[in-house]
Write a protein that binds this ligand. Structure first.
Ligand SMILES: [Zn+2]
Length: 333
């Protein structure tokens, strides 16, 4: 792990009131019957959360939040909604609900998803789910994964995805090729938004940000590869949208693990105005911290617990109440 530096410590401090805001981070929202991964949120649960946000919080666009923060005028209950990756759910489920309730949001897309229709990890899920029934185990890096029934297959998808995640892109692709060789070539479904849908979302007022080209963990790649991933993702999206792209989100997004100060500098030098990590906290767009804005997403499926946890998070961060921060950030199970 890389060392925490001075700027990291500065970003941990409470900001002056009116200068920080909460940022929620979503990935996938689907009907419950297609649910197989605990990170997937049911459409109905997501809608309940939007209603709670509309009722008790001030949902701002990212531009509004940054503007108000620069003036020290962010309302205490301000929330910015972000959605990472660009799965088809963004257009099919999230975007219509945002429009229905007139809520702004920021979407971070990585280009390979738009271009080929799937993320590297979708290849793992598809290969395992479509493997012939008689395949009851898979071998990868001297480990055995059970795939005899649906439950085992779902478990193995999660385990194999975690195993492959922390490899540089070249090795990641090799491991996936090994897996596909054992299961047979799966038919890949287009699971991402298309360029046309992306344009529609931008035209409807949604903010579109970049999230690299291939979704690598930047700290595992060379400096040149990381820089190219950052610069190209901005340029390609700008070409599709015919408008500037100002914001970036680091893949996986844990500072000092998934990216470092070197990548923060690369993002800043590439002409972005701000960038998001996945470390928990309030976004504080100061000079030192605007390229490492933090996010926090309550995991509660009950809408009232969701609101309560979000409100307590804001209070704990605003007044720097350590025990409350710890309590808010602790999973109950
Ligand atoms: Zn991502």
């Amino acid at each position: 792990m890389l060392n925490l530096n001075k700027a990291q410590q500065a970003c941990n401090k409470p900001a002056d009131s009116g200068c920080s805001f909460a940022v929620l981070n979503y990935h996938r929202v689907m009907p419950i019957h297609t649910f197989w991964n605990e990170q997937v949120l049911d459409v109905g649960v997501f809608e309940q959360q939007l209603l709670q946000l509309k009722r008790f919080f001030r949902v701002l666009s990212l531009e509004q939040a940054l503007q108000l923060a620069s003036q020290g005028k962010v309302p205490v209950n301000a929330v910015v909604i972000t959605i990472d990756d660009g799965f088809a759910d963004c257009y099919d489920h999230i975007f219509p609900l945002l429009q229905r309730y007139q809520l702004p949001a920021t979407f971070f897309f990585f280009f390979q998803g738009i271009q080929q229709g799937y993320l590297w990890e979708n290849q793992i899920a598809n290969a395992i789910l479509q493997a012939p029934a008689e395949i009851s185990t898979l071998q990868l890096q001297n480990l055995t994964f059970a795939t005899a029934d649906k439950t085992e297959r779902h478990r193995s998808i999660v385990a194999i995805t975690d195993l492959i995640k922390y490899h540089p892109m070249a090795q990641r692709n090799q491991l996936i090729a090994d897996l596909i060789a054992q299961t047979g070539v799966p038919q890949m479904h287009h699971e991402f938004v298309t360029a046309e849908q992306l344009k529609q979302m931008a035209a409807a007022g949604m903010t579109i940000g970049a999230h690299t080209v291939h979704h690598p963990i930047l700290s595992l790649e060379s400096a040149e590869t990381a820089r190219a991933e950052i610069i190209q993702s901005k340029a390609i999206l700008e070409q599709i949208l015919a408008q500037p792209v100002h914001y970036f989100a680091y893949p996986n997004g844990k500072f000092a693990i998934d990216f470092s100060d070197e990548h923060v500098a690369q993002v800043r030098d590439s002409g972005f105005a701000a960038a998001f990590c996945t470390d928990w906290g309030q976004a504080r767009p100061t000079q030192e911290c605007r390229f490492r804005l933090r996010r926090f997403t309550p995991w509660d499926r009950n809408p009232w617990f969701f609101s309560l946890r979000l409100a307590l998070h804001i209070v704990a961060e605003r007044y720097s109440i350590r025990f409350l921060k710890e309590w808010v950030g602790t999973h109950g199970n």
